[in-house]
Write a protein that binds this ligand. Structure first.
Ligand code: ADP
Ligand code: MG
Length: 463
């Protein structure tokens, strides 16, 4: 039998496998299959890492307390702003909470982040820019800026690992998803945003800091009271869930005998340590991508699933298969770095044969062979299919940890990869059925529309 986890081409070569399993493509396709026993091993390792994180021990999973202990009821009321800094997109939202469980009204403005905001100085570039966008949006949507006597509340969705010490206080632990702005790690990001707002004379008060997963869970909860997990499949990936206080061993913030709290797992970092990395079906292409990233050795699971990475992995595998002579029949063209993003990978999966040929032409391969175009599609399916199976294992591990197998459970999900990537949701569901059989029918993956923004507003309204 083949090894449970094929780690790289060279590893595979050292095994007594048939020659067929030695090629670039064969290794990638095998890694994508993730048989049930590998899924279960991954779930076990994930749960062990969760337990260590909750106990305050060294773990890939930071299991960060969110300070969100009140679950929304739909009775939250008022006009609240939210700032959603996700990784690719940055939005300022105006959210009107009706207070009677009725429809939440939202308006928003989107802004593009420039490289200088992501990699410049946090204090001089990023946060002043965020504050200026808030100012512009409030002026537009309110008609004028609020007075000092009537400041507007704001919830700050900040989708990076943050150690919170209060609902409105949190220190950035590390940047992810291509950010590396200086003078931010180790600083309170709420204080930085408030300072930038004050400097502009904008009377907006940052009431709450929320991870996007927590916002996603909170936004769906009033409509779907069984919502117990919040998940993001966007630029990166992460999950949170509602934990019993008594199980958060490291919590020193008050009553631990009763009540619940949302825990931000920061699951994207699974695989940072060697034992957990061995449970993931990583290949040498993942290793190469990681080596060239800004956060080498970190966020290994995220680098298999996030929208920032799927397209790039497809590109790397295609080029490696061409280099190995498995496709492209000796042709010299290769897909350029940055040429294949995740949106295109999704389009590749949805394309018919003539469409695939056109896409490969756009990628710099004139008049490609139909077989090369088909190979590109198979590679995309393998990379995203593997991502979906790993995602299903993470969700399944949490559901099992919560002892909710067989109990109706809603997973609130936000992010463009979940919303748009061809067959992504169906593949997660298929893997959940492999794992739980009919019990998987009790787990509902539900889009939390605008959840990452609206949820922060809901949390700010309860603050
Ligand atoms: P953020 O992570 O900033 O909150 P999104 O949830 O919109 O933003 O996710 C952005 C990621 O989704 C990008 O990496 C992009 O490649 C990917 N993406 C955008 N549109 C699509 C699409 N139609 N299909 C698949 N992936 C997409
Ligand atoms: Mg987002």
């Amino acid at each position: 039998m083949a090894a449970a986890v094929v780690r790289s081409d060279s590893d595979a070569l050292s095994e007594t496998d048939t020659p067929l399993t030695r090629g670039v493509l064969a290794v990638v396709y095998a890694a994508a299959e993730m048989p049930l026993e590998d899924c279960k091993a991954l779930m076990d390792g994930f749960q062990a890492a969760m337990a260590r994180g909750l106990a305050g021990q060294e773990s890939d999973l930071k299991m960060l307390p969110s300070f969100v202990t009140e679950l929304p009821t739909g009775k939250e009321a008022g006009t609240v702003y939210a700032l959603d800094l996700g990784g690719t997109n940055f939005r300022v939202l105006r959210v009107v909470l009706p207070g009677d469980g009725g429809e939440i009204k939202t308006e928003f403005r989107s802004f593009a982040l420039q490289q200088c905001h992501m990699t410049g100085c946090g204090e001089a570039d990023l946060f002043p820019f965020l504050a200026s966008c808030i100012k512009e949006t409030v002026e537009q949507l309110e008609g004028s800026l609020p007075g000092a006597d009537e400041p507007l509340p704001l919830g700050f969705t900040f989708s990076f690992p943050t150690q919170q010490s209060a609902l409105n206080q949190g220190t950035l632990i590390s940047w992810t998803k291509g950010f590396c702005a200086s003078k931010c790690v180790g600083c309170d990001v709420v204080a930085m945003l408030q300072k930038a707002l004050n400097a502009l004379g904008v009377h907006v008060v940052v009431k709450a800091l929320a991870n996007d997963t927590v916002g996603t869970l909170m936004a769906l909860r009033p409509k779907e009271p069984n919502t117990s997990l919040g998940v993001i499949f966007g630029t990166g990936t992460n999950g949170c869930y509602v934990e019993q206080m008594s199980k958060i061993g490291k919590w020193t913030g008050g009553d631990v005998t009763s009540g619940r709290q949302c825990i931000n797992i920061e699951w994207g970092n699974f695989g940072a340590s060697v034992p957990s990395r061995k449970l993931l079906p990583v290949t040498r292409h993942d290793e190469a991508l990681d080596t060239e990233s800004l956060n080498k050795g970190e966020q290994i699971l995220e680098k298999m699933i996030g929208g920032m990475y799927i397209g790039e992995l497809v590109r790397r595998v295609f080029n490696a298969a061409a280099d190995a002579g498995e496709i492209m029949s000796g042709r010299k063209e290769r897909i350029e770095a940055g040429g294949l993003n995740t949106e295109l990978a999704s389009a590749i999966e949805a394309s018919d044969a003539p469409g695939l040929v056109k896409i490969l032409e756009q990628l710099g391969v004139p008049a490609p062979a139909a077989s090369d175009a088909k190979a590109l599609q198979k590679i995309a399916m393998a990379i995203s299919g593997r991502g979906a199976r790993v995602s299903a294992c993470a969700i399944a591990a949490i559901v099992q940890h919560m002892e909710r197998v067989g109990t109706p459970t809603v997973v609130g999900i936000d992010g463009s990869v979940f919303k748009c990537y061809t067959n992504f949701k169906a593949r997660i569901e298929a893997c959940m059925r492999d794992i739980f059989g009919d019990d998987a029918l009790h787990i509902k993956l539900q889009l939390s529309e605008d959840g990452s923004g609206v949820g922060a507003a809901v949390i700010a309204a309860t603050a």
